[in-house]
Each structure stands twice: as structure tokens, then as C-alpha cells.
Ligand binder design. Structure first.
Ligand SMILES: [Cu+2]
Length: 156
């Protein structure tokens, strides 16, 4: 019993620490879905939400983030300076490679599927239902749209 209490106490401390340092790298942490704080993503078309679990993404450290896309969402062709590993947690993420968005040339990644994009590879995606993906990579992260007009950071 005493051991159990010690374990629970240790877990309690881990969860509290994870909440306090939810966007920091390093240390042993356990993050519960309810701990995640979602916010807007200035670099993506309006409607997407992001939660940073591990990072920060702009430093040369491993990152783990999740993105939530609404139904009927489109991400125009773009690339990243670092490898992108995208694991689908729920919904379906339709993803294709190339310089121009083409809905007919995408693969339907369902929950459990993973896509791996090499740095500089142009790709695009769309959803037909609410979809949550997890991104794992190493920073510093960035996104470059093939057509600068697609970049929501520039049209504001
Ligand atoms: Cu991407």
C-alpha cells in the first residue's frame, strides 16, 4: 500500500510538472489529453488549432505538436526546412506531394496512418471531416508556401 501511495504521489507530481511546463523539452512527463491547450495557428489557413506538447518549434530541439483541422479544410502546397512526421490520431488526412494542390492526387491517411515528408518536399492536404494529426520533428520548424499568396501571415 505504501508503495502504491508513493507511486500515485510520483504520478501526481509528474502530471503537475507536465502542466506547468507543457511547452518545454526534457524531463520525464506524462501529458493527459485534458491538459492540452489549443490555440490558433498564424501560419496556416484560418480554422486550424495547434497544441505544442514538446518544443519550442523554433529551436533546435525535438518537438511534438498536434493540429486540429475542421471539416472541409485545405492546406495549399508548401514545404518545411525539417523532416515532417505526421501521424493521424482521428479523422482522415488526405495528403499529396507536388507543387500544386490537386485533390485527385492525395492519399487518404486514416487514424493510425503516418506520413513522412523530407525537408523541402512540396506537399498539400485537405479534410472532409474534423481531423487531428500529431507532428513530430526536430526544430527549427517553418513553413514555406509554393505560392506566397497562400501564406496567411502575409495577407494580414
Ligand atoms: Cu506540411
Amino acid at each position: 500500500m505504501k508503495q502504491l501511495a508513493t507511486l500515485l504521489l510520483a504520478l501526481g507530481i509528474s502530471v503537475a510538472a507536465a502542466t506547468a511546463a507543457s511547452a518545454q523539452h526534457g524531463g520525464h512527463r506524462m501529458v493527459m489529453p485534458g491538459d492540452l491547450k489549443w490555440g490558433d495557428v498564424p501560419s496556416l489557413p484560418k480554422g486550424a488549432q495547434i497544441t505544442v506538447i514538446e518544443g519550442p518549434m523554433n529551436e533546435a530541439v525535438p518537438f511534438t505538436i498536434r493540429l486540429k483541422f475542421p471539416k472541409d479544410y485545405t492546406i495549399p502546397a508548401h514545404s518545411h526546412p525539417a523532416i515532417e512526421r505526421v501521424t493521424v490520431l482521428s479523422g482522415t488526412f488526405h495528403m499529396g506531394t507536388g507543387d500544386k494542390f490537386d485533390k485527385t492526387k492525395t492519399h487518404a491517411l486514416s487514424a493510425g496512418a503516418i506520413g513522412i515528408m523530407q525537408p523541402g518536399t512540396n506537399h498539400y492536404a485537405w479534410t472532409a471531416e474534423e481531423t487531428i494529426v500529431q507532428l513530430n520533428g526536430n526544430g527549427p520548424w517553418g513553413i514555406t508556401y509554393v505560392d506566397p499568396k497562400d501564406d496567411p501571415r502575409k495577407s494580414n
